[in-house]
Design a binder for this molecule. Structure first.
Ligand SMILES: [Cu+2]
Length: 136
């Protein structure tokens, strides 16, 4: 009887672990097009750009910027407009002040974004490297 109880506990723990893993932070090998329950969303960066031009997250969510290339990126709030960098601190946007992500496999979390709206991030190193963040 004691053994059966132990087995039951084991399986319920396993279920918890599996559930925790599968609801992770959107880091799966799919194109990362789904928000997770934890509100985290991964955006990949190549050597000169974001892998996607915009990302939609839930209010209170964060974005993890993952560098897939050897190139370092420096992320700030604002955007590139016609080849010139325009730093803007948008109302309701978390402070993003030259966050450095230094090469392949490195990542930084931006946020949480606590105010619904449309916000802009850019890489100060690479002209045209813009990311629009839509918070719902
Ligand atoms: Cu960059």
């Amino acid at each position: 009887m004691k053994k059966l109880l132990a087995v039951l506990i084991f399986f319920s723990l396993m279920t918890l672990v599996i559930a925790a893993c599968s609801s992770g932070s959107g880091t799966g090998s799919t194109s990362g097009s789904s928000n997770s329950d934890s509100g985290g969303y991964m955006v990949h960066m190549s050597d000169q750009n974001f892998a996607q031009s915009s990302v939609t997250i839930r209010k209170g969510g964060t974005i993890m910027l993952m560098d897939d290339a050897a190139t370092p990126h420096i992320i700030a709030s604002g955007s590139w407009v016609n080849g010139s960098s325009q730093p803007i601190q948008e109302k309701g946007m978390p402070t993003v002040n030259n966050v450095q992500i230094s090469g392949s496999g490195n990542s930084q979390v931006i946020g949480p974004f606590t105010t619904p709206g449309t916000f802009h991030l850019y890489c100060t190193v690479h002209p045209g490297m813009n990311l629009t963040v839509i918070v719902q």
